[in-house]
Design a protein around this ligand. Structure first.
Ligand code: BGC
Length: 390
């Protein structure tokens, strides 16, 4: 039996508890009901369905690309879209979601800032029978997340560490161990501690680096090998730069001791780290002595740095494909159904295991920028050359 959300909202308005109970039973878990046609109930045309899209910040290019892709693909499918950015400010995002609910948005797609700070909002959404799709970042501590679209975040961490090991010459391009010996000095950066993804990236990376740390091929001179010590609140470039400066001062004789590599989980953090390193005299390019630095998101500024031999690698997560999965989930809810998951084990948010759709990612090195990013039309050759997207 498929009930649509308008029927549900009407039921909620008349306040029939029994009816609400039976509707909830139809809808399966959490808020996940259908927002569209089903079972001969009243249905809405896509253009009458409004999708609220809550994005974290416009300071990082990655989320601008996500917002654009989600909006345009939803509009192509005929939906109207209410896209909001929250400036990386938690109260702003809470308020935006509150407003989406009171304005009557029918389905929400949410990329959270703090994955634990939206329980009140999501309860209100559930009470209004609004399906919630978590976008890229899992929302924790609430029953009211219906679906999760993301990448295989543990594997992203594995790829970040793999790119670092490759850059250090410990692995060849086919992922095979070389006979290069250590010790080599590395430092470790993690993402924002309140972002569930940061923990997955860290775990994937640390599991991959562990054998090299255990046998002292790799040495973290600062001793900061705990995610709490390595974390970078809000993934801030400035904070990363300042932590790298402090590390250089305290553990690398202000720039006189060699640093071979830095694990970075995000291109913005990579650029902060690179600035600190080159200001401290490590050189402006890897050829001139700059350590190997990893990254994530294939942000255009970092792709240019990779092209120029400054940053070593990044991870490409095709935001167009992620947007498509979000739109698929919206369509399923709009049609009174449930989206199709390809993972029902990995993402436990503390209240439930959220059915998820995971996408794959790729490591970008200088020699595959063209095949991964330009041939797929993610960027044009001109954009890569300029280090700016149009
Ligand atoms: C995303 C990453 C991104 C980071 C910073 C994470 O939740 O998964 O792709 O680099 O946030 O914006």
């Amino acid at each position: 039996m498929a009930w649509n959300s308008w029927t549900r909202k009407a039921a909620a308005t008349i306040g029939s508890l029994a009816l609400i109970g039976s509707l909830a039973a139809c809808g399966g878990s959490g808020a996940g009901g259908g927002a569209g046609a089903g079972g001969g109930e009243e249905s809405k045309a896509p253009e009458d369905i409004k999708v609220g899209v809550a994005m974290p910040t416009e300071t990082s290019e990655r989320w601008i690309a996500d917002g654009k892709a989600v909006k345009s693909q939803l509009e192509e499918a005929g939906y109207s879209v209410d896209l909001q950015y929250a400036n990386d400010d938690i109260p702003t995002q809470q308020q935006q979601i509150d407003q989406m609910i009171t304005k009557g948005d029918d389905i929400l797609v949410v990329a959270s800032i703090d994955g634990t700070a939206l329980s009140t909002q999501l309860q209100a959404a559930a009470d209004a029978n609004i399906p919630i799709v978590a976008y890229d970042r899992l929302i924790n501590g609430t029953e009211n997340v219906d679906f999760y679209v993301t990448f295989d975040n543990y594997n992203v961490g594995v790829q970040q560490a793999t790119s670092l090991l490759t850059g250090l010459g410990l692995l060849d391009k086919d992922g095979k161990k070389t006979d290069k010996k250590g010790p080599m000095n590395i430092e470790l950066f993690a993402g924002s501690i309140d972002d569930n993804n940061a923990h997955f990236f860290w775990k994937g990376a640390m599991d991959t680096l562990k054998p090299y740390l255990d046998d002292k091929t790799l040495v973290v001179k600062s001793g900061q090998t705990d995610i709490q010590q390595a974390a970078t609140l809000r993934w801030s470039q400035e904070e990363a730069q300042s932590r790298m400066e402090d590390l250089i001062t305290a553990h690398y004789a202000g720039g006189k001791t060699k640093i071979d590599g830095v694990l970075s989980p995000f291109d913005g953090i990579s650029r902060g780290v690179i600035t600190a390193l080159s200001n401290a005299g490590y050189g402006k390019t890897m050829k001139a002595g700059l350590p190997v630095v990893s990254g994530q998101d294939a942000e255009i500024a970092s792709v240019k740095l990779i092209e120029d031999g400054v940053q070593y690698a990044t991870i490409f997560k095709d935001t167009r494909k992620l947007a498509t999965q979000a739109v698929e989930a919206v369509k399923a809810y709009a049609g009174g159904g449930e989206p199709e998951a390809n993972d029902t084990k990995s993402y436990d948010n503390g209240k439930k295991v959220v059915p998820s759709f995971l996408l794959n990612s790729d490591i970008v090195y200088k020699d595959n920028i063209k095949s991964l990013l330009i041939d797929s039309k993610y960027y044009t050759a001109e954009e890569v050359k300029a280090g700016r997207s149009k």
